[in-house]
Design a protein around this ligand. Structure first.
Ligand SMILES: Nc1ncnc2c1ncn2[C@@H]1O[C@H](COP(=O)(O)OP(=O)(O)OP(=O)(O)O)[C@@H](O)[C@H]1O
Ligand SMILES: [Mg+2]
Length: 252
């Protein structure tokens, strides 16, 4: 059933740099619905990555609250936070960040260490993910031995391995050429179709079209919230016009 899976209340984040306070996220009230593919756009420095870190428990808010399924996740102990990140959150980082001296398989498996899961089930899930992400035959290779697209797909496998309640992705196509990017976006769309809640940051219009909701961030505040229908390839042109208009009005 559709419901609010994550919400924030007056969320703020400030950094101190050179003795000056830099308010990066400013009083954000945001509700994210499950099974949505929410896209966050906004210019460089508008706070997109920072917001994603706060939502996913990677970083602590300065003030304000974040709730996941009505559980307050702000100000949890470090131990509880680590457990939450491991069990409920999947994260694909901006820029590739697989561990270079682990194989793709070991990278994907790493979030399952120290969880009480059945090995057989994990192995089955990895196999399914490897097939879905078209990585069969590459699992024994190291990140430096595969293409950027394959690395990014392995990063998505790793983020999905513990069946997260929300999958966050920060510019997952940012470092890829256009065909690799399309391929990763197809996979994100497929994961979403299967019922995964996705929150993705992007500055790429093509990537944004995959979402069914686009939030525009400007200078740490929400400056626009656009609802779209579910993604269909044959409607790409119409979508592109609607989204382009939306971001252009906001000074893109
Ligand atoms: N750890 C930090 N310490 C100090 N300042 C930070 C830190 N992280 C981010 N900032 C500042 O916060 C602002 C927003 O950064 P953020 O990375 O969230 O932007 P972004 O929208 O993701 O940009 P981009 O599109 O370039 O990735 C920037 O001014 C940045 O310098
Ligand atoms: Mg960023």
């Amino acid at each position: 059933m559709k419901h609010v899976i994550m919400r924030t209340v007056l969320l703020c984040k400030s950094f101190l740099s050179d003795g000056e306070v830099n308010n990066v996220i400013k009083n954000i009230n945001l509700e994210i619905e499950n099974e949505d593919f929410t896209v966050i756009m906004g210019s460089s420095g508008s706070g997109k990555s920072t917001l994603l870190y706060l939502l996913s428990g990677m970083d602590q808010a300065t003030t304000g609250e974040v709730y996941l399924e009505e559980e307050k996740i702000t100000n949890l102990s470090e131990k509880k936070m680590a457990s939450l990140r491991k069990n409920k959150i999947g994260f694909v980082f901006q820029g590739i960040n697989l561990v270079p001296d682990l194989t793709l398989y070991e990278n994907i498996l790493s979030p399952t260490y120290k969880t009480r899961q059945n090995r057989k089930q994990i192995e089955k899930r990895i196999d399914t993910l490897l097939t879905q992400m078209e990585l069969e035959g590459h699992q024994k290779k190291y990140p430096s031995q595969v293409s950027g697209g394959q690395r990014q797909r392995a990063a998505i496998c790793r983020a999905m391995i513990n069946q997260p309640e929300i999958l966050f992705a920060d510019e997952p196509t940012g470092s890829l050429n256009s065909s690799q990017g399309e391929n990763v976006l197809d996979i994100m769309s497929e994961i979403h179709r299967e019922g995964q809640t996705v929150v993705m940051v992007t500055h790429d219009l093509k990537a944004a079209l995959r979402g069914n909701r686009i939030i525009y961030l400007r200078d740490g505040r929400i400056d626009g919230d656009l609802r779209l229908s579910e993604y269909r390839k044959d409607e790409t042109q119409e979508r592109e016009q609607v989204v382009y208009q939306f971001i252009k009005e906001r000074g893109w």
